[in-house]
Design a protein around this ligand. Sequence first.
Ligand code: SF4
Ligand code: SF4
Length: 294
Amino acid sequence: MRVADIQRFCTHDGPGLRTTVFFKGCPLRCVWCHNPETQKFESEMMLHTALCAGCGACVEICPAGAQILTQTDRYRKVELCVGCGACAGACPTEACRAVGREMTPEQVADAVCEDAVFYATEGGVTLSGGEPLCTDGIEQLVPLLKKRGLHVLVETAGACESARLARVAPYVDEFYFDIKHTDPQKHRELTGALPDAILHNLALLDSLGARIRLRCLLVNGLTTEKEHFERVAALYHSLVHCTGVQLLRYHPMGGSKAAALGLADSGRREWIPTEEQIRRAAQILTEHKVPIFL
Ligand code: SF4
Ligand code: SF4
C-alpha cells in the first residue's frame, strides 16, 4: 500500500478521537482538491519553501541539479527531479519531503493500533486519500482492522471498482460518501469524470446495508446552486441506509500543497462559501426533511 500520511488524534474525520490514514492515488481530479499530494498513485517529492532554512544541503546532494537556491529564488525544477529522495534525507527542517511510503496492510494496521488506547468507545480509524478504495491491499487491510476490534470509517468518492467495494463493505462501520455535483455535466467539468459509475456504487453500498453519510463540499459559485441541494435531497431519500448529509466548506489550503509539488497554486479564496450560502444549503435540505451535519 502507498501511504501519503498517517495523522493521529484527528477529531474531524468521524466520531471520537481517530487515526486517519491517507492513501496515495485518486482517479478523479477535482478542481478544488484539498489533498493534491494524494492524487498521483506514485510517490512524489514536495518542497515547502516556507520551511526552508537555506542551508543548501539539498542543492549539494541532488544528483540532478533540480534544487535551485539563490539570493532571490528557491524552487525545485520538477522536470529535472528523478525522485531519488536524497534531498528529503538531507534536509534538516523537512522542507523537502517525500510523499508516498510503501507499507504492507499489517504495517498500516500496526501503526494504527499504536493509538488504540486513545479511541475509547467512539473513536477508531478513518481510511482516506486520495481514493482509499483504489489502493491495492485495502481488501486485506479493512478485515484486519476489524479483526483488531477497531471502528472503521472510509471516506470515499465512490470512484472505484464495484466488486472491490462489495468485498470491503461488510467490514466497514460507516462510509462518508462525497457527492461532488449532482449535475452530470458539471460533475465532469469539476472532477474529470461522469458520475454514473459513482452513483451505481452508492446504490450498491445501500443495497448491501452499509451505513452511509453523504458529504457535500460547498465551493462558492461551483457547488452552491439551489437545484444541486434539491437533487441531493432526492438522492438522500432514494437511499435506505443513509443517515444524512454533511455540509463541508471549501478552504484554500490545498493551494500551498500544490505549490510544494511544483504545480500551480490552486487555492482560490473566492471559492470560500459565504455564511449565507451555507445557511441556504442547510435550509433547503431541512425543508426536504434531510438530517444535516454541519
Ligand atoms: S528527489 Fe529530486 S530534487 Fe530531491 S535530490 Fe532527488 S532528484 Fe534532487
Ligand atoms: S536542505 Fe532543507 S533547509 Fe536546507 S536548503 Fe534544502 S530545503 Fe532548505
